[in-house]
Design a protein around this ligand. Structure first.
Ligand code: NAP
Length: 413
């Protein structure tokens, strides 16, 4: 196959050849429709931005229903696919149906865990023209770094009344009696939520590196440490620690900021922290004060959707799952089965995930072209049904037509 494999630096940066091989997983349901539109837009942007000197060679990888057809019933995530994602290093992925019952919790979670894609990254910014519930949605411009391997993702649960739950409760209550703590009711269900120093530090390190590379000014640690001191509280402490240990000259705390009368000095990044519930209201009331949010798994889950909804973009939010030598960029919505094959839905979530992928590759010129062209297309009110139903005077187009419109507008930029 023409094209070269991406290699990686020791600190987790891709070294991208002029003609890289990049994997794609079409996805189930609406996946094929949005993938087709996305591929057209990405290829066009690269062609315009680099006049043919750069090009992507796409290699299809199989997961979900398509994998079953090729690899046999029940084989939704073949070992070969996981190996190829790991070998190619960068993959763009459509949504996959979560199998009901069976061995998989979710194909997406399995991919993230099998490849140790420990940072789930969700950029949230307003696209002018998109109907949004906030008065000034353009003030929201944050990137959420959600820990992707532990907390509830590595959570273990036991059903109320089960032998295991009872055994654990007995053990815990014994310890509680020794230290005079409150007891757990015997009939409770039990859930365990692990949070570790190693996994917290590598996540926060990635968030700070991203801030440095993208000229961001604030990294906020979002936690519930006032209640869960040794999990969420330690997430906060370890976050501050890694900032001090590895980015001492660049980072300052809110305490140190007082010396500068509250103004972040040039070249510095402010590391602060917020309790999760306060973070939700701050994001609504003072979004312009926030930049990068680093969170444990569950806080990040809530926060990503809430933040995307604020800018009206829940159906248009991009996402990425990144490790130290592998990155999977993916649409954040599901397979919307009732629209499968109708060429109807909005492909923006996957296209914008492609924009993040291009940025990650260092192909910023192509990424910017796409962003500008999406903005122009939405401002022209040429949109798919989901946006059309919220806009006055919109022209509703099909998924494929929306993709072509973005390509056309790109040519005129
Ligand atoms: P969903 O597929 O996200 O669809 C829910 C609704 O969201 C759709 O009916 C549609 O709303 C809207 N929507 C989703 N994508 C859209 C798009 N591209 N353009 C316009 N509107 C869009 O959620 P679901 O029905 O709960 O889940 C379906 C399957 O997807 C499940 O198997 C689930 O597990 C899986 N899933 C996969 C992923 C993933 O692969 N990352 C993520 C989430 C869910 P209207 O009906 O109002 O038009």
């Amino acid at each position: 196959m023409e094209g070269k494999i991406i290699s990686w630096t020791s600190d987790g940066k891709p070294v991208v050849p002029e003609i890289p091989i990049i994997g794609f997983i079409e996805g189930d349901g609406i996946g094929p429709d949005i993938w087709k539109a996305t591929k057209g837009v990405l290829d066009k942007a690269v062609e315009i931005a680099y006049s043919g000197s750069r090009r992507i060679i796409w290699k299809e990888l199989f997961a979900g229903e398509k994998a079953q057809k090729i690899y046999g019933e029940g084989n939704l995530l073949p070992e070969e696919t996981l190996q190829e994602i790991s070998r190619l290093g960068i993959v763009l992925k459509g949504p996959l149906t979560t199998p009901v019952g069976g061995g998989f919790r979710s194909l997406n979670v399995t991919i993230r865990q099998a490849l140790d894609l420990y940072a789930c990254i969700r950029p949230v910014r307003y696209i002018p023209g998109v109907p949004a519930p906030l008065k000034n949605p353009e003030k929201v411009d944050v990137v959420i770094f959600r820990e992707n391997t532990e907390d509830v993702y590595a959570g273990v649960e036991w059903e109320a009344g089960s032998k295991e739950a009872k055994e654990l409760i007995r053990l815990i209550n014994e310890k509680q009696r020794q230290k005079g703590g409150s007891l757990i009711s015997e009939e409770s269900a039990i859930g365990i939520k692990p949070i570790s120093e190693k996994n917290t530090k590598r996540l926060v390190k990635k968030a700070i590196q991203y801030a440095i590379e993208n000229n961001r000014k604030v990294v906020t640690l979002v936690h519930k440490g006032n209640i869960m001191k040794f999990t969420e509280g330690r997430f906060r402490d370890w976050g501050y620690e890694v900032a001090k240990e590895e980015f001492k000259d660049i980072t300052i705390t809110e305490e140190e900021l007082k010396k500068y009368e509250g103004k972040i000095p040039e070249g510095k990044i402010l590391i602060n922290d917020r309790i999760a519930d306060a973070m939700f209201q701050q994001l609504i009331l003072r979004p312009e004060e926030y930049d990068i949010l680093a969170t444990p798994n569950l806080n990040g889950d809530y926060l990503s959707d809430a933040a995307a909804a604020l800018v009206g973009g829940l159906g248009m939010a991009p996402g990425a799952n990144i490790g130290d030598r592998c990155a999977v960029f993916e649409a954040t919505h599901g397979t919307a089965p009732k629209y499968a094959g109708l060429d109807k839905v909005n492909p923006s979530s996957l296209i914008l995930s492609g924009v993040e992928m291009l940025r990650f590759m260092g192909w910023n010129e192509a990424a910017e072209l796409i962003l500008k062209s999406i903005e122009k297309t939405v401002q022209n009110k040429t949109v798919t049904y989901d946006l059309a139903r919220q806009m006055d005077g919109a022209r509703e187009v099909k998924c494929s037509e929306f993709g072509l419109e973005i390509q056309k507008n790109m040519e005129a930029l």
